[in-house]
Design a binder for this molecule. Sequence first.
Ligand SMILES: Nc1ncnc2c1ncn2[C@@H]1O[C@H](COP(=O)(O)OP(=O)(O)O)[C@@H](O)[C@H]1O
Ligand SMILES: [Mg+2]
Length: 308
Amino acid sequence: MALLEVKDLKVHFPIKGGILGRTVGYVKAVDGVSFTINPGETVGLVGESGSGKSTTGKAILGLERITGGTIHFDGENITKYIGKNRSNYRKSVQMIFQDVNSALNPRKRVYDIIAEPLRNFEKLTRGEERKRVDELLRIVGMTPEASYKYSFEFSGGQKQRIGVARAIALKPKLIVADEPVSALDLSVQAQVLNYMKDIQQELKLAYLFVSHDLGVVRHMCETLAIMHNARFVEYGSRDDIYNDPQHIYTRRLIAAIPDTDPDLRERNATNRALLTKEYEQEYTKFYGEGGKVYDLKPYSDTHYVAMP
Ligand SMILES: Nc1ncnc2c1ncn2[C@@H]1O[C@H](COP(=O)(O)OP(=O)(O)O)[C@@H](O)[C@H]1O
Ligand SMILES: [Mg+2]
C-alpha cells in the first residue's frame, strides 16, 4: 500500500482587489497533480521556480489550505484533518527547509531546538529526553557537545544537520525536503545528500525531495515528477526521466544540468541552444491554450507524459 496518495491536488490563492478587498481572481499555484509515495521511497519533485513545488509540499504538511483533491496517508483519507492537530499524521510527516537560518530559532540552544517536538508530542523524563537528543545528534553525525551551543555558531551544512535531527525526532515516515541543499556550497551538498540517504535507510524514511535542479536529485530519487505551470508535465521512474524524457520541458531541464566535465561543456551548450529553438517551435505540441499543461497520458507502465 502506498504511504502517501495525492489525487488531483489543487491549491488556488485568492487575489483580492478594489477597496472592498473582494476576490477578483485566483493564482492557481497547484492545479491538479496526482502522485504516490511508497514506504521508504524517494520521489523527486522538480521544476523551475514558481512552478508550484513548495505549495505542493506545504499542502501535504497542512501549511496551505487545499482547494481541491484528496490526500490519503497509510490508506486513510486525511484531507479534512490535515491542517488540524491530528497528532498521528503531524508526527508522521515532517519537513526540512532550504533556508536553514530562518528554520532554527537563534535564541535557543541546539538541545532545545531538537527537544521541542519531543516535548510537544511525547512525555519523556529528563534523562530519556537527553538520551534521545544525543541519539538524534549521532544519527546526523554530530556529537552531544553540539547541543550546548546556539545554531548560529554552526556552518550552513551543520545547521542543516540540526534541522534534520529535529525533523526526525518523532520518527516520521515521510519527510518533505524542500530544496534542502540549494543554499549550500557544492562541496557540502554531496555530504548532506549522502547522510540523508544513510538516515533514510536507518529509519526507513520516505522523502518528497523538491528541487529546481535535475542534477541534484539524480542519485536520490526512484521516481520523478516534473512540474511546470502548476501541473506535472512528466512522471516516471528515474530511468524513464533521465534516459528517455518525452516532454520538451523535461528535456530542457536535463540539458540545464550543470556540466562537471569541461569536455562536455561545448557540446551541451550547442544542445541547449537547439532545444530552446525546438521549445519555441513545438510549444503548441506540448502546451494548450494559455500554456495549459495537458493531462498525463501513459507512455509505458511506469512513465506518463502530458500530451494532447
Ligand atoms: N501565499 C501565496 N499567495 C499567493 N500566491 C502564492 C502564494 N504562495 C505561492 N504563490 C504563487 O504560487 C506559485 C507557485 O509558487 P511555489 O509553490 O512557491 O513555487 P516553487 O516552489 O516551484 O518555486 C507562484 O506563482 C507563487 O507566486
Ligand atoms: Mg519553492
